[in-house]
Design a protein around this ligand. Structure first.
Ligand SMILES: Cc1ncc(COP(=O)(O)O)c(C=O)c1O
Length: 391
């Protein structure tokens, strides 16, 4: 069921259970069927010539794809959703839908690295200029708007550095100047932050993370409000970069447990972040629910919860050799990119090299922690032993 008016009266877990399936139309089976294919056939010449089919050809989608799109549209409160084969694909799609040659865009300095590369590479090649801005600017972003600024791109919290942005303040300035707002909402998901209700025009989610939840798919979703939906859909149709149907089925399956997994990730991450705070090796805990995180008050005002990804900054006396001793010998935490899966991950970073508009204030290494579904005591013990190896 994807009927917004009927579903909205239920709690979030009930909605996630009921979305995107209708046993009455599925021979009684609980889950929706999987449609794969390119060719769609027509009954008559007239139907063919007028493309009279819900999906004229496989690139326009399929019942499986439409099902996931409609489920996400419900979750985000958007006018429509299109999918991509990766989260980065959806970032690109959103930016291509809202820019043209000669435009200027504002992108948060805390954006996911490949988002920056897309702006500095492909968009620049097509004559679109990017200015990076301090994620904590709020309404002062107005001073950076030029006559040709078309988009403000947000990511809140920021990749790795975790700053929370003042979305309503930025949206107010954007609206005043006719600028569109895109937000990468992957961390919070629509369960914990309703981007469109806060004025965002296009919200992007790397479904690879919490929607998939099992590190076995790559998927992106971009949802748009009424005004930008036609442009987003037209841009998608122009390229037809769509995910495989099997991955959409896995994403629909991920929907069912997403709230449960998020709540569990939230609980464990809050516990571990508090534990890190008390460790002598740690200089700062960057978790949006902690006061030490830049923008924490905005998180408390706008978000309904926190997820399982946060960072800690280590004392700068720990260099690469000490860090190798810690990370090369972990028992449960693995080193690897991405997050939102059932397995715990740890990645060292220093944002210095990525920043152009702001200065990352820490000299030493920081660790990004993705909290998986393993037992909390085991995770803590693995981290305790790891931190001890730093000495
Ligand atoms: C905040 C954020 N947005 C987008 C992406 C891109 O997602 P994908 O890996 O599906 O391309 C990532 C991936 O790590 C991410 O962290």
């Amino acid at each position: 069921m994807n009927d917004r008016s009927q579903l909205s009266k239920f709690g979030i877990s009930t909605q996630l259970s009921m979305l995107g399936r209708n046993p009455d139309e599925q021979s009684g089976f609980v889950n929706p069927p999987l449609f794969k294919g390119s060719t769609v056939v027509y009954k008559t010449l007239d139907d063919l010539q007028n493309r009279r089919n819900r999906f004229p050809y496989g690139t326009a989608g399929s019942p499986t794809i439409a099902n996931l799109e409609a489920s996400w549209t419900h979750m985000t409160g958007a006018a429509g959703t299109v999918l991509s084969p990766s989260g980065l694909g959806s970032v690109a799609l959103a930016l291509l839908a809202t820019t043209k040659s000669g435009d200027h865009i504002l992108v948060t300095d805390s954006a996911y690295g490949p988002t920056r590369r897309f702006c500095d590479g492909l968009l620049a090649r097509y004559g679109i200029q990017t200015t990076y801005y301090d994620p904590l600017l709020g309404s002062d972003i107005e001073s950076l708007i030029k006559h040709n600024t078309s988009v403000i791109f947000l990511e809140s919290p920021g990749s790795r550095s975790m700053e929370i942005q003042d979305v309503p303040a930025i949206v107010a300035v954007a609206k005043k100047h006719g600028v569109k707002v895109i937000a990468d909402n992957t961390w919070a998901t629509p369960v914990f932050f309703q981007a469109h209700a806060h004025g965002v025009d296009i919200s992007v989610e790397a479904g690879t993370k919490y929607l998939g939840g099992h590190s076995d798919i790559l998927l992106g979703l971009a949802s748009a409000n009424e005004e930008l939906w036609p442009a987003l859909r037209a841009t998608y149709d122009a390229m037809a970069m769509l995910p495989g149907a099997d991955d959409c089925i896995l994403a629909l399956r991920g929907l069912r447990t997403m709230h449960l997994r998020l709540k569990e990730a939230e609980r464990k991450a809050l516990d571990l972040a508090a534990w890190f705070k008390a460790r002598p090796e740690v200089r700062a805990v960057l978790h949006p629910a902690f006061e030490s995180c830049p923008g924490h008050a905005i998180w408390a005002r706008d978000f309904k919860g926190s997820t399982g990804l946060f960072s800690v900054v280590l004392d700068e006396k720990f260099k690469k050799d000490e860090l190798s001793r810690m990370l090369d010998n972990m028992s449960i935490f693995s080193m690897g990119f991405s997050w939102g899966g059932y397995e715990s991950l740890i990645v060292p970073f220093n944002c210095k090299d990525l920043r152009t508009a702001t200065t990352w204030p820490y000299e030493g290494y920081a660790l990004r922690i993705q909290v998986g579904l393993e037992d909390l005591d085991d995770l803590k013990e693995d981290l305790r032993q790891g931190l001890e190896r730093l000495h």
